[in-house]
Design a protein around this ligand. Structure first.
Ligand code: HEM
Length: 304
């Protein structure tokens, strides 16, 4: 049994920080390995109290992972190519080579670790994107709805998130990272009942709408889907980001197959049946990429 990166499954962090890097042209593979090894030592810095140390997850874009570990590329790993819905909704592809997620209870330690990671990586890679997120009250999204309710629990999380051990890339995960910017002014002009019809759960009480009360365009209806009779669960670890000027959800999900992300996004954007997720009229994706978060063993051998 391969060991997954444990920090994927630690759910109690109050503060989150994501970094996305592009390799510099001409960066040598051996220098990239060395820089990533050094970067991954930073969050384990023994001078920081263990309780304050951030947890860290690293994932790689398809191009870099194929270069680092040709034998360990999971089936179906591909670049996110963006998505265009029939009614003009668009999700842009913003693929990068390295995705790093630091999370813990101390924002200062996340930032200190991010600075250290950056020092280690900057000779081989350029910082392309950075975002800081936070747990909002009782795991709410900024729309005021609880996010994560239907997520797998306990051991089921690993079944949903991890590629089975016997497959290539076993113990690793396909990752979708996507930054969504909300239009809260428009959202807050709606009543709670209208918002609940868009989300597919009640705002007050967090009950799933049942039967005819659940519109086809509701977010839950567009994402609780089956493909050829099979459910398409993903393990979501999204949290809100931003402040007054700009804010939204930094969507992160892990899955044992990249096809799940394709299926969910096609359903949300109305590619499958022409019905788009009404949430798209109140939030827009400003980034999006697929990554691969290898098992600890595959990571260690890729960086040797
Ligand atoms: C603006 C961005 C988004 C917001 C604010 C949002 C919010 C929510 C909320 C409030 C729920 C209901 C509670 C729950 O079960 O977690 C939910 C469910 C869900 N969302 Fe999202 N979400 C967003 C984007 C996405 C994206 C991009 C995907 C997939 C690619 C996705 C997949 C799901 C899934 C699979 C569920 C569970 C459906 C079920 O089985 O009941 N969401 N989301």
């Amino acid at each position: 049994m391969r060991s997954p990166q444990q920090a994927i499954f630690l759910e109690d962090s109050d503060h989150h920080l994501w970094l996305e890097y592009d390799l510099l042209p001409g960066a040598e593979t051996r220098d990239v390995r060395e820089a990533v090894r050094l970067a991954l030592e930073v969050p384990r810095d023994s001078r920081v109290d263990s309780e304050r140390r951030p947890r860290c997850v690293i994932a790689f874009g398809p191009v870099l992972w194929s270069r680092l570990a040709t034998e360990r590329v999971p089936q179906g790993l591909h670049l996110f190519e963006g998505i265009d819905g029939p009614e003009g909704h668009h999700a842009p592809p913003t693929p990068h080579n390295i995705w790093i997620w630091l999370h813990g209870d101390h924002h200062d330690e996340n930032v200190a670790a991010a600075l250290g990671v950056h020092r280690a990586l900057r000779s081989v890679a350029r910082l392309a994107a950075e975002e800081h997120g936070f747990r909002y009250r009782d795991s709410l999204d900024l729309t005021g709805f609880v996010d994560g309710t239907a997520n797998a629990k306990g051991a089921e999380r690993q079944v949903v998130a991890l590629i089975p051990s016997r497959q290539r890339g076993g113990g690793g995960s396909h990752v979708l990272a996507q930054r969504w910017v909300h239009d809260l002014r428009r959202w807050e002009a709606l009543s709670d009942a209208q918002q609940s019809k868009i989300m597919g759960r009640t705002k007050d009480g967090n009950e799933e709408l049942k039967g005819r009360a659940m519109p086809k365009h509701a977010h839950v209806a567009r994402t609780d889907i089956e493909v050829e009779g099979e459910a398409q669960p993903v393990y979501r670890r999204s949290v809100p980001f931003g402040g007054v000027r700009e804010h939204g959800l930094y969507f992160v999900a892990f899955a044992n197959s990249s096809k799940r992300f394709d299926a969910l996004l096609e359903s949300m954007f109305g590619v499958t049946d022409g019905v788009h997720d009404r949430l798209l009229d109140f939030s827009r994706a400003t980034s999006g990429a697929y990554y691969f978060a290898p098992s600890q063993e595959d990571l260690d051998s890729a960086l040797k």
